[in-house]
Design a binder for this molecule. Structure first.
Ligand SMILES: O=P(O)(O)OC[C@H]1O[C@H](OP(=O)(O)OP(=O)(O)O)[C@H](O)[C@@H]1O
Ligand SMILES: NC(=O)CC[C@H](N)C(=O)O
Ligand SMILES: [Mg+2]
Length: 509
């Protein structure tokens, strides 16, 4: 996941894009970038770091124009440590294009070879997003029937992109002098919505990963962009939209609801906050069947994302809910940091105990998910050190057993604490007295009940089913080998051996 924003306005957009990216900072902490357009010229500033660090006043002043886009990056392809892979990406032909991408392509290596051998295009980084931009550029070159460029030409190009590209992609792109293009992959795995508002100059159209970016900047959420759909906003602010995929179906990533998205966002018709409350409700049933409620003195959330589930769980079990960990708000989200060393250190920097809430008590700690077990291991030990008698742990999501290839950085099975382990084995690794997980069907039901019109979910990291149908153990191993930053992970904890990854349904959904 990354956060993306695109705007067409009648007034300067630099500050608005900055504000939107700040509201999406939880989706990517590694790099940030903005491109604006004035006349036919693009102005770009991007660098590694959080939004506040990347953009100084002088950088903001150098981003003129009423049209633009931006991205906050959480690297899931290429090299996390390379500044060159910060987004947006630029290519000069046709017209001049810039693009920001949230998601991950599963056939980036094949496309890269095809772009070089057949389309004669040069890709300068290991980023899959640069590959995606070049596919779009090539398709646009093919479909354009002369000037002026029409929305029909643009939509034909997106149709071409859908045919060639596999994986997950929510995209915003600028076509110099023509307008803003936004589109979502045919399964709608990563989120994208559109809204509008007014500023000094007149009407403004805004596209963003999450509704919070619209609401938080004073704009009005209108609708989610449909899977496979493309939206083209011309320079006058007129919105054109068309379905560009043959078999579009809505299978949003369920991990967005579990952890990634902000709880105040509404995605694909589902309130993220309500989804987390529902997960707490179904988790309550699992807890009572494992630990008698009268043996739990207090329920304590592991800040931040687990709070809604933990409150609902405590409410239903009639057990006091207490804050036992205080979060240092100046440390970012640990899960999306690159590298296990920094993640581990950050848990202790980020969370500190209020010892009086633990001393002599049986505590039930609640987290939204347990992925590598980095947080849980540290937290359970901290609870014990603070004097807890018994430490139980409940996860609002089921065990994360399979790698993710759609834009969440869990590429290797060996790094997942639940991979190839029974619940009892996981409990021992984490060091708690009882471990309670949500079950996969319970999780899906809890969230789907909020929008029965969904076709399903991408829940691949929980059930091993990859909805795009092209992902096998070999694909995953090959994608990992292509990662410029994987060596660091392999050295510490991962593996890329396809033979060790038994997928339940390699054919996909
Ligand atoms: O098992 P792990 O590999 O540690 O990953 C899971 C943890 O990471 C996330 O927290 P994070 O600190 O990223 O963000 P949050 O403050 O939103 O909870 C998530 O909420 C879990 O606490
Ligand atoms: N998580 C994402 O959406 C990342 C986008 C892209 N795959 C990158 O690594 O930069
Ligand atoms: Mg957390």
């Amino acid at each position: 996941m990354c956060g993306i924003v695109g705007i067409v306005s009648k007034a300067p957009v630099n500050q608005l894009i900055y504000d939107g990216l700040l509201l999406l900072q939880h989706r990517g902490q590694d790099a940030a970038g903005i491109v604006t357009q004035q006349g036919r010229k693009f102005y770009m500033h991007k660098a590694k770091g959080m939004v506040r660090d990347v953009f100084r006043t002088r950088n903001m002043r150098a981003l003129p124009g009423n049209v633009g886009l931006g991205q906050v990056r959480y690297p899931t392809a290429g090299n996390a440590f390379s500044e060159d892979e910060a987004q947006p990406f630029y290519v000069n032909a046709p017209f001049g294009l810039v693009l920001s991408h949230n998601g991950n392509l599963t056939n980036a290596a094949e496309l890269k070879a095809e772009l070089f051998n057949t389309d004669h295009r040069h890709i300068n980084t290991d980023s899959d997003s640069e590959v995606l931009l070049n596919v779009l550029a090539h398709e646009l070159e093919k479909t354009t029937r002369g000037l002026p460029l029409t929305p029909a030409d643009v939509f034909a190009a997106v149709r071409g992109v859908h045919k060639r590209v596999k994986g997950s992609y929510a995209v915003v792109a600028l076509i110099a002098g023509h307008g803003l293009l936004a589109f979502r992959d045919p399964f709608g795995i990563r989120p994208l919505c559109i809204g509008h508002g007014q500023n000094e100059g007149g009407a403004t159209v805004m596209v963003a990963s999450e509704s919070v970016a619209l609401e938080g900047t004073g704009y009005q959420f209108e609708r989610d962009i449909a899977p496979g759909e493309a939206v083209f906003v011309d320079m006058d602010g007129k919105v054109h939209a068309e379905q560009c995929a043959a078999n579009a179906r809505l299978y949003p990533c369920i991990f967005e609801f579990v952890y990634l998205a902000r709880p105040d966002s509404v995605m694909d018709g589902i309130s993220v906050y309500q989804a987390r409350l529902n997960l707490g409700e179904t988790l309550a049933k699992r807890v009572v069947s494992t630990v008698p409620p009268n043996e739990i003195d207090v329920i304590i959330p592991i800040p931040e994302s687990s709070r809604p589930s933990a409150t609902q769980l405590a409410h239903l079990l009639g057990i006091p809910y207490r804050e036992g960990f205080v979060k240092n708000r100046y440390v970012g989200r640990t899960f999306i940091m690159p590298g296990q060393g920094v993640r581990k250190k950050s848990v202790r920097q980020k969370l500190n105990v209020i010892a009086s809430e633990f001393k002599g008590r049986n505590v039930l700690l609640v987290d939204d998910s347990i992925v590598r077990g980095t947080t849980s291991r540290e937290i359970v030990q901290m609870a014990r050190d603070a004097g807890a008698r018994k430490v139980y742990l409940a996860s609002a999501a089921p065990p994360v057993r399979y790698p993710n290839v759609y834009g969440i950085d869990m590429p290797t099975p060996g790094e997942l604490v639940a991979h190839d382990r029974t619940i009892e084995e996981i409990r021992k690794v984490i060091g708690c007295d009882a471990l309670i997980y949500q079950d996969v069907e319970g999780m899906k039901r809890a969230i789907r009940s909020l929008n029965p019109e969904l076709d399903g979910f991408d829940a691949s990291c929980f059930d091993g089913v990859y909805v795009t149908g092209d992902v096998t153990a070999e694909t995953i191993a090959a994608m990992n080998s292509a990662r410029g930053d994987t060596a660091e992970k392999i050295g510490e904890e991962g593996d890329v051996d396809a033979s060790r990854l038994a997928l339940p349904n390699p054919e996909g959904a």
